[in-house]
Design a protein. Sequence first.
Length: 263
Amino acid sequence: MNLGLKGKISLVCAASQGLGFAVAEELAAEGSSLVICARGKDNLDQAAAAIREKHNVEVLAVAGDLSVTSDVERIVRAGFERFGQIDILVTNSGGPPAGNFDSLNAESWDHATRILLTSVLDLTRLALPGMKDRGWGRILNITSIASKQPVDNLMLSNSLRAAVTGFAKTLANEVAASGVTVNNILPGYTRTDRLVELFDFIAEKDGITTDQVIARWESEIPMRRLGEPKEFAALAAFLVSERASYITGSSIAVDGGWTKSLF
């Protein structure tokens, strides 16, 4: 299937590893040039080199912290300077620390808000005007199944991912007539470094082994296994493509059937 992404310019955040890297690679495979960002320059440069070598597309790597508005501005500005435009924006960031309400202080909430919510607002504010001017654009927010069905011990993620969902749904209606779609993609339990950290946290908290945590979680997934980043990236690429031109305001889970809600 030709997704119509050849020649498009995509900005993919937190793309040095995990889901962000998988999405960036999938878009590159479809012919999109890339702007990728992450905090760690060395890992980011390695990711960019790997994508260039494998898919023969132009990749601009810009290190920065998405919780800092000036860094977001610098990343987007670098993309405009290199490519002249950004057609596709994939927002993404590392997850906040696990914890319940009593374990989180004001500083925890402030930092999580900046990385999970404010970064999405900043990125959208900068990328959206050009999309509207050209009459074509795609905004895809990588959130979490926690925004649809809260996960124990993830107070910050449960709360702030849901805020992104509300923002995206509202914005989708505002910009639909301009040819811009806005959607959320919700990863379930996918085999990434972030999930390993969460496994370790729960294992220590519950006094069990990491393997026991994994087995418990897999037993709750109808497919009885963790997801793989490539499975997630396949849907992400479709949602930002020409083929998905009539899909907007949606939040779609890639979770092996874990979410129990009807919608």
